[in-house]
Design a protein around this ligand. Structure first.
Ligand SMILES: Cc1cc2nc3c(=O)[nH]c(=O)nc-3n(C[C@H](O)[C@H](O)[C@H](O)COP(=O)(O)OP(=O)(O)OC[C@H]3O[C@@H](n4cnc5c(N)ncnc54)[C@H](O)[C@@H]3O)c2cc1C
Length: 290
């Protein structure tokens, strides 16, 4: 979608918004799949309420993009624009055990979450987690744009529910910054934790290939990857969309896969798991295909 209203375009600089015309989402997502649209980069949080009001009143739909590491984006010209936080300097301020982190910051610092790509905003939205840890555990407060109130507010951690890859934020809330309360630990222990988690990732995930992490959530008490593996589906493909040989719940773009290829492959695997195990797998990856 292209923003062509001159009044809207001329209002953007004062709101601290940079307009990048015709951005290819295939270049902004870890799967390397996705069509084209206008990208609005936010350089100051205060401009967000006015920006979103302007988009609404001009009938311009929008989606929030973080690091693009958990997204499957549709092909061709996209019917919405993308809004993304620019990364400020500094993006992390440490005070004792508290880390104040801008939502555009790249994630780091928690052993299990080392190696999860993307921004802190995306990690909050998804309640990103790995190896028994999840970011929600450490959230003391979140600064966010609340779509219902149309203003920027602060929520305490205990006002937010964090579940397995699910949070109680409204779909059109935008996370702007977070304060994390991190436990004190001996440095050696932290380093050891990071090493172990890194090693687990390296030995089990196709890190050199384009993916969006796990395609499906694990059903309660079961592993989506194990079920897909047991069906012998590692390596199966639709065009360049392929079930990874290393990790059956990672689907990779082995070349120039389209969203259509990836959706077809996901649909086929979903159906085979349902037919063999009677389990309805739920997507972990967020689909921006409609
Ligand atoms: C190799 C690889 C390994 C991975 N391993 C893991 C893992 O171990 N554990 C795990 O949990 N995930 C994993 N992932 C998935 C992904 O990294 C996480 O879900 C990550 O938290 C997504 O962050 P992002 O900034 O890239 O979000 P995006 O992919 O850009 O967006 C994901 C969702 O969050 C929303 N969003 C993003 N930023 C904001 C914001 N500021 N405000 C409101 N909504 C926002 C988007 O609208 C979208 O709905 C992996 C991905 C890859 C490629």
């Amino acid at each position: 979608m292209r923003i062509d209203n001159p009044k809207l375009i001329s209002a953007l600089p004062d709101l601290g918004i940079e307009l990048r015309n015709g951005s290819a989402l295939s270049e902004l997502t870890s799967l390397g799949i996705g069509g084209t649209t206008d990208l609005l980069r936010i350089k100051k949080h205060e401009g967000i309420p006015d920006l979103l009001n302007l988009l609404d009143s001009n009938g311009v739909p929008h989606r929030f993009l973080g690091g693009g590491s958990n997204l499957l984006v549709g092909d061709g010209e996209l019917p919405w624009v993308v809004v993304q936080l620019a990364r400020p300097e500094p993006d992390v301020v440490l005070e004792g055990n508290l880390a104040r982190v801008d939502a555009a910051a790249d994630l780091g610092g928690m052993e299990g979450l080392i190696g999860v790509p993307g921004t802190v905003g995306g990690a909050l939205r998804m309640n990103a987690g790995a190896y028994g840890m999840q970011i929600g555990t450490y959230v003391r407060e979140v600064k966010l744009y609340r779509a219902a109130a149309r203003k920027i507010e602060i929520l305490r951690g205990d006002q937010i529910s964090f579940e397995y890859r699910h949070t109680s934020f409204a779909p059109d809330d935008m996370m702007l910054a977070v304060t994390l309360e991190l436990p004190s630990k001996p440095f050696k222990e932290i380093l050891q934790g990071i090493r172990i988690c890194n090693e687990k990732r390296r030995s089990s995930q196709p890190l050199g290939q384009k993916s969006a992490g796990c395609i499906f959530k694990n059903p309660p008490g079961a592993s989506a990857g194990r079920m897909i593996d047991e069906l012998g589906l590692k390596g199966s493909n639709v065009g360049d969309a392929r079930v990874s040989d290393r990790h059956a719940n990672f689907f990779v773009n082995a070349g120039t896969a389209s969203a259509k290829d990836m959706l077809t492959l996901i649909g086929q695997v979903h159906e085979k798991v349902r037919a063999s195990f009677g389990v309805e797998l739920e997507n972990e990856v967020v689909f921006w295909t409609v």
